[in-house]
Design a protein around this ligand. Structure first.
Ligand SMILES: Nc1nc2c(ncn2[C@@H]2O[C@H](COP(=O)(O)OP(=O)(O)OP(=O)(O)O)[C@@H](O)[C@H]2O)c(=O)[nH]1
Ligand SMILES: [Mg+2]
Ligand SMILES: [Zn+2]
Length: 358
């Protein structure tokens, strides 16, 4: 595969270069390459002093910002990866570990341990949101913008596919007193639907400080990505937890539509250990390469009843003797969840019904 060939070539070049550099260095600085260091360097090409490794901390119009040994470098992707752009919208993402070549070019992307992606706006390419993170804070708000449980379901599937642990954060609970009866009912129905599924759920407020201590301790020492609709308070939560200065949306100009305040993702080191990726709000969330089987298996509450269905390939929509439909009638499955399950299956056949979440 492409990156593997390249890696081989890269290391071959390294060895030659290393020999040259070592000769030169021995002449000039004996202390740098002591004899005792040499076997270790040979065994482990990663220890070569000139192989610059780094991590992508932000991607802007100017290029990719890479943190390499405490230094921030503006790097570019070279022609080598160009062909790959046909398959995915972005080849690199915040969180990627990379190796740098001459002229601050990104020569190699290390294998990813996890990823969060979605379908891009064209519907034809995969768009990476963040990679190599431990957990994602699926951020929603009680109101302004309204709570969208179907969006949470999409995140849950995408995160499971990408190997990232989900945490659900319901922000702005200080607004509960101002919420309408329907908004309150939706919030309680939401908690009732998701708590039994075993996903960690936090109810938060940057105004009252509710839940912030719990959020802080979940973030400690981990690499987390905050994702969700625009205006739910992702940047505000980071600021409130860690005294950061991420740009926050202006209440005065904020409409329920939520203009994007954070415009590009960035990896932020946390004061007591760990990292957080703040991301721009999303307007739609299509799960990349989603199959019906994915939908059936990822809704764990629905999948739990499927062995009792008459047909083993039952999709639990209108089939006879469907244990899922029966469970739904008996209140054993949350209607919120079943609804988004059915919409996702429908979208696989007929395309997205509603691309907008705000
Ligand atoms: N009432 C209330 N308002 C909040 C809370 N947290 C954030 N806000 C407000 O919500 C608005 C949006 O906050 P941001 O932090 O910019 O939201 P975001 O999710 O980062 O938005 P994008 O960067 O556009 O994706 C701001 O006006 C905040 O002051 C909260 O707990 N309660
Ligand atoms: Mg923001
Ligand atoms: Zn069924």
């Amino acid at each position: 595969m492409k990156s593997y060939d390249h890696e081989e070539e890269f290391h071959a070049k390294d060895r030659k270069q290393f020999r040259k550099e070592r000769k030169l260095a021995q002449k000039t600085d004996r202390s740098k390459f002591k004899k005792t260091d040499q076997p270790a360097l040979k065994r482990n090409p990663d220890a070569l002093p000139h192989v610059r490794k780094g991590r992508i901390i932000a991607i802007t119009g100017e290029g990719a910002w890479v943190d390499s040994e405490g230094e921030t470098l503006l790097c570019s992707l070279k022609g080598l990866f160009k062909k790959e752009t046909q398959k995915s919208k972005n080849l690199i993402a915040v969180g990627d570990w990379v190796r740098l070549g001459e002229g601050a070019s990104i020569d190699l992307i290390e294998t990813r341990t996890s990823f969060l992606s979605r379908t891009d706006i064209s519907g034809r390419k995969e768009q990476l949101i963040a990679v190599n993170v431990d957990q994602a804070i699926i951020t929603v708000s009680l109101i302004n913008p309204p709570l969208k449980s179907a969006l949470v379901d999409r995140y849950l599937i995408a995160l499971e596919k990408g190997g990232i642990h989900p945490i659900i954060a319901v922000n702005k609970i200080d607004l509960l007193t101002y919420a309408s009866t329907e908004e309150k009912e939706l919030y309680y129905a939401f908690l009732a639907a998701y708590e039994p599924l075993g996903y960690p759920i936090l109810s938060l407020s940057t105004v009252t400080g509710a839940g912030l201590e719990a959020l802080r301790s979940l973030l400690l020492g981990k690499t987390s990505v905050f994702s969700g609709q625009s205006g739910v308070g992702k940047s505000s939560l980071l600021n409130a937890c860690f005294d950061l200065t991420q740009k926050v949306g202006d209440l005065a100009v904020k409409t329920s539509k939520g203009a994007h305040t954070t415009t590009s993702a960035s990896l932020i080191p946390l004061p007591d250990g760990g990292y957080c990726v703040d991301t721009p709000g999303i307007r739609s969330f299509g799960i990349w390469s989603l199959t019906k089987q994915d939908v059936v298996s990822h809704f764990r509450d629905i999948a739990a009843f499927s062995p009792q269905c008459k047909y083993p390939d039952c999709l639990h929509l209108h089939e006879p003797d469907c244990a899922v439909e029966e469970a739904l009638e008996q209140g054993k499955i949350a209607p919120l969840r079943y609804e988004s399950y059915a919409v996702l299956l429908d979208e696989i056949d007929h395309g997205p019904k509603n691309k907008t979440w705000s």
